[in-house]
Design a protein around this ligand. Structure first.
Ligand code: BGC
Length: 343
């Protein structure tokens, strides 16, 4: 064999080897042993459908998911939706923790609407305060709920991802590494290849991602939420005690303000490298009671800096208090949307 033939054979072998470790439309995360994960392309820019299904009952917090939203989301340039769901409000209290069939059907329909627009979907178990307050007492129920969900969604395409628990906090901070590993094991019985999004403890706040431990598994994503500076992003938020006094706080994009964002995002990116997994900023956003120009500046800066570090993001949220879309007027907040998707 001459030199050219050997080179061409070698190239084919390298190509075949690289194809074997990838799947169409995406690049697999590097194994946990690697320090430099391959670029992750399944998720890039997304939006949370907040205040809908994570209420005890859809509609309780003023919003019901509408089919037309998904076209609006796709047309705007987002590639995925994260759907927060209060599964615990729709599951039986006793084993096998059956999920209410009508509610499952509703979620099936919604997932179908998203997939029809070629949007990836993160099914996020959101708002399970009973588990966070009493993991010992609620652990088996959380496991049982996921056993049921994993079975139900096992035939979904690979662009449907599972997120076992949004923002672990309270007593769960001390045991979520272990509980997440068990949840992954349970999900893997029926979903060997499903991408699983694991949240950092203490409300997924940065910099708590540094305490994250993950089992060896090449389809995990580490997720954190970015709401810093919190006195700016949550000024006037009704659910934050005493945050009215921060009303009027601006974000000017000064060197110091940018450095705070950079430092936190660097922690997330470095931890992703250490764990050998992609990092997802699953929530970030600034509440509508803040100065609009500041919200636009901050949103643009955070989104671009996530992207510069190869981290996908999910804006919090579509059409409620942080909303980028007015679901009554059926219109985007144009400057906020441009901050998210400049092109
Ligand atoms: C919570 C929402 C809250 C948002 C920003 C979410 O994880 O579920 O209720 O509005 O974070 O604070």
């Amino acid at each position: 064999m001459n030199k050219a033939a050997i080179a061409s054979l070698l190239a084919s072998v390298i190509l075949l080897a690289s194809c074997a470790s990838t799947v169409p439309g995406q690049t697999r995360a590097a194994s946990a042993s690697s320090q430099t994960p391959a670029p992750f392309t399944l998720l890039r820019r997304g939006v949370n459908l907040g205040n809908c299904l994570e209420a005890p009952n859809e509609g309780d917090w003023g919003f019901k998911v509408q089919q037309a939203w998904f076209k609006a989301i796709k047309d705007a340039g987002f590639d995925h939706v994260r759907i927060p769901i209060c599964w615990s409000a729709h599951a039986a209290a006793e084993p096998p923790y059956a999920i209410d069939a009508a509610f499952l059907q509703r979620v099936d329909d919604i997932v179908g609407w998203a997939l029809a627009q070629n949007l990836a979907v993160i099914l996020d178990l959101h708002n399970y305060p009973e588990y966070c307050a009493d993991p010992k007492g609620q652990r088996q129920r959380l496991y049982g709920i996921w056993e049921n969900l994993a079975e139900h969604f096992r035939d979904m395409p690979e662009n449907v991802l599972f997120e076992p628990l949004n923002e672990p906090n309270g007593a769960a901070d001390a045991c979520f590494n272990e509980d997440a590993a068990e949840l992954i094991k349970i999900i893997r019985k029926t979903n060997p290849d499903r991408w699983i999004v694991v949240d950092g403890v203490h409300w997924s706040n940065l910099p708590n991602i540094t305490s994250m431990k993950l089992p060896k598994d090449d389809r995990l994503i580490a997720s954190v939420h970015m709401y810093e500076p919190i006195k700016f992003t949550h000024q006037g938020a009704e659910w934050m005690d005493g945050y009215d006094k921060y009303l009027g706080t601006k974000w000017e994009g000064s060197g110091q303000e940018k450095r705070q964002v950079d430092d936190l995002l660097n922690i997330a990116a470095n931890m992703g490298k250490k764990l050998g997994v992609p990092v997802y900023i699953g929530e970030f956003g600034a509440y509508s009671k803040g100065d609009h120009d500041s919200r636009v500046r901050w949103t643009d800066y955070v989104a671009r800096q996530c992207e510069a570090r190869g981290m996908a993001w999910g804006y919090w949220e579509f059409c409620a208090g942080f909303g980028v879309y007015d679901s009554v007027a059926k219109q985007y907040d144009k400057s906020l949307l441009k901050a998210l998707i400049p092109e």
